[in-house]
Design a protein around this ligand. Structure first.
Ligand SMILES: Nc1ncnc2c1ncn2[C@@H]1O[C@H](COP(=O)(O)OP(=O)(O)O)[C@@H](O)[C@H]1O
Ligand SMILES: [Mg+2]
Length: 394
């Protein structure tokens, strides 16, 4: 019985597109190719509306210029990327090539993928709300709802993030799990550029906090792959290559796996002295399980993110084959990273809430993929454990 339930969990793939979503994505595709210029019916902000807003700089990301403003009483954000020939860029993303796209084209393809991502998962918790998109003579521009400050917040706001974690750890845990469930388990996306700056937190009076993934993740087994093209913002499809050693299995990008050369390696001996010195709770790569006094960071990446050759068959995993990356890899991430559930464990004021977070982390960082809960299962477990707890301690 348990075995059957686990097999089911491992086999769960991203949800297929329904007819309404396909219609929206086809419309977006036509619009981006300039087959017509009618905005999507789901959009409420036009280029002229956006031009009437007084924008103030919010962030200069690696690729986008991000500004904040208020439109019809709603806090919104405008994102812009330079893209001198979007139609030619789209054509490039649909060509198979061994060489990566040039920088501008890559950034443009990322923004295009972000539009498909937001339209695909519209309405799900933790997904940014797209209000409108258009071309300008310089490139691509779009407006989304303001999802709030970055998860751990910056400067003087750091205290606010700690206060939230101190007082509402279980509500934040729920918001984090819901966001990851939306994009990775239901959507089939994978965030290999994994840092807390890619997540925003927003809390409105009388409402539970919402954590949103603000930067577009890559398509893994997402049903939108065909819209993005083989050279678009996508990861190779999980193909479970035959192997004899971990070093024959691919590692995820350094941001995610913390491994430099993109090739798998044994897990021993990787924590070097410099990394130890630079360690803190918010760095991407290390975490401190359990004992605070011990102070020794462990690897935060799931074994299959570092490159893992399976020794024996298990559900979703074949012996002598590389263990594929999946939403279960992100389950491990949410459990392990010092800025995710680790942050909540460190700051939770109430002992009962803290123990629930510790229990959740322990389940989520199971080495075997099938031993980890799905995000849905983690949410169900959290709901059951939290049901007896007083409102004020959630
Ligand atoms: N919807 C949003 N709401 C609030 N802040 C946002 C939003 N989108 C982006 N930001 C802020 O702008 C930064 C850069 O945006 P992002 O999409 O991550 O661009 P890049 O691809 O250049 O990293 C984010 O780290 C975040 O702080
Ligand atoms: Mg970013």
């Amino acid at each position: 019985m348990i075995r059957a339930a686990l097999a089911l969990a491992a086999a769960r793939a991203a949800a297929p597109l329904d007819a309404e979503t396909t219609k929206r994505l086809d419309h977006l595709q036509d619009l981006l190719h300039q087959a017509h210029t009618t905005p999507l019916p789901t959009w409420t902000v036009s280029h002229e509306d956006a031009d009437s807003v007084e924008w103030t700089p919010r962030a200069k990301g690696s690729a986008k210029v991000v500004e904040a403003g208020v439109l019809r009483g709603i806090s919104v954000v405008r994102k812009r990327v330079i893209c001198t020939d979007p139609i030619a860029t789209l054509a490039l993303t649909h060509k198979r090539s061994k060489r990566p796209l040039p920088k501008m084209e890559k950034h443009c393809a990322e923004a295009v993928a972000e539009l498909f991502f937001m339209e695909h998962l519209r309405g799900r918790p933790g997904i940014p709300v797209l209000r409108g998109a258009w071309y300008t003579p310089q490139g691509l521009e779009y407006v989304v709802d303001d999802a709030g400050p970055p998860l751990l917040m910056l400067g003087e706001h750091k205290k606010v993030a700690r206060e939230m974690a101190r007082k509402r750890p279980l509500r934040l845990a729920k918001a984090l799990l819901e966001c990851f469930r939306s994009f990775s388990e239901e959507g089939g996306y994978f965030l290999d550029d994994l840092t807390w700056r890619q997540f925003s937190v927003r809390e409105e009076p009388g409402r539970p906090p919402v954590i949103t993934i603000v930067d577009g993740p890559k398509a893994l087994d997402a049903p939108v792959r065909s819209y993005l093209g083989a050279s678009g913002h996508v990861l190779p499809l999980p193909n479970s290559t035959a192997c004899a050693l971990n070093s024959q299995c691919p590692a995820t990008r350094k941001h995610h796996s913390c491994i430099d050369n993109g090739v798998g390696t044994g897990r021993a001996g990787l924590v070097d002295a410099a990394a130890l010195a630079a360690w803190n709770a918010t760095t991407a790569c290390y975490w401190r399980p359990g004992s605070r006094a011990q102070g020794v960071p462990e690897r935060a990446a799931a074994p299959e993110a570092e490159g893992w050759c399976a020794s024996f068959d298990a559900s979703g995993v074949r012996a002598k084959h590389c263990v594929p990356w999946s939403s279960k890899t992100h389950v491990y991430d949410v459990g392990s990273r010092g800025w995710a559930l680790g942050f909540l464990e460190d700051h939770a004021r109430n002992a009962v809430s803290r123990r629930i977070v510790v229990g959740l982390r322990r389940k989520m960082v199971g080495k075997a993929v099938a031993a980890r809960p799905s995000f849905s299962e983690a949410l169900a477990w959290l709901a059951a454990r939290a049901s007896g707890i007083k409102e004020g301690l959630l």
